[in-house]
Design a protein. Structure first.
Length: 240
């Protein structure tokens, strides 16, 4: 029987064979309802700029900060697999779809840290709006002890540290860096904000277009759109 990690997943042999210290691993979570080119381009832009050896794409089964999507986690996970299949740097991680209860990021990072070791740099990707609301996340202070945080900011949506809650502002000022090398030298604890090109694609708008019978072509990968059509997702009802 193949070796398994304590969470039931096989170790990543490709990373183990070349050494986990080769570079940071990015982590991008979300509902991906559905996954689209905005998600994929964000992950690719940040991975290129910061030298990630891998990006874990992690669909949430039960998102803590929004209503649970009507489309099941099994469908959303399969769409993520289809979207990522052509990129060897992207690895789909199904753990949150298999876990009972809310999909808390701190639990996922704790598992990843146990699997990958204390010295592997991990980088949690999020947008400005998510970072500004970080104090509403479960056990948010522990995130810095598990991972770096990368804030992706677009024109018109730049981070204003003066608008952060006081407790987060103190952490931010103590941990912020402008040097990507810090993300490789240290395994966790830094905050870096980086500019990414605007790509105005919204999952909400895609769902609305599909529900109204309008085209969503070129907003998301063809394989994902074909899957949506085959399973009649995002219509007036969910095929389950």
């Amino acid at each position: 029987m193949a070796d398994r990690t304590q969470t039931g997943r096989s170790p990543d042999r490709s990373l183990l064979s070349r050494g986990l210290s080769a570079g940071p691993i990015g982590i991008l979570g979300g509902t991906f309802d559905p996954i689209h080119h905005g998600h994929l381009r964000l992950a690719e832009e940040v991975a290129d700029a910061l030298g990630f050896v891998q990006v874990r794409i992690i669909p949430a089964r039960i998102p803590p900060h929004r209503a649970t999507p009507s489309v099941t986690s099994a469908h959303r996970l399969e769409m993520v697999r289809l979207a990522c299949s052509g990129n060897p740097r992207f690895q789909v991680d199904e753990r949150e779809c298999l876990r009972d209860g809310p999909s808390y990021t701190v639990d996922t990072l704790t598992e990843l840290r146990a699997e990958l070791g204390d010295e592997q740099p991990l980088c949690l990707l999020m947008g400005v709006d998510a970072y500004q609301a970080l104090t509403t996340w479960s056990r948010w202070e522990q995130l810095f002890a598990l991972s770096h945080i990368i804030i992706a900011q677009r024109p018109g949506f730049e981070l204003d540290a003066g608008q952060l809650p006081a407790t987060l502002a103190r952490e931010h000022l103590a941990r912020r860096t402008r040097e990507s090398a810090d993300l490789r030298r240290e395994p966790r604890g830094r905050v870096l904000a980086m500019d990414i090109p605007p790509l105005e694609i919204s999952a909400t708008a895609i769902r609305a277009a599909l529900r109204e019978g309008r085209s969503a072509r070129y907003l998301l990968p063809d394989a994902v759109l074909d899957y949506i059509d085959r399973n009649r997702l995002y219509k007036d009802f969910d095929a389950g």
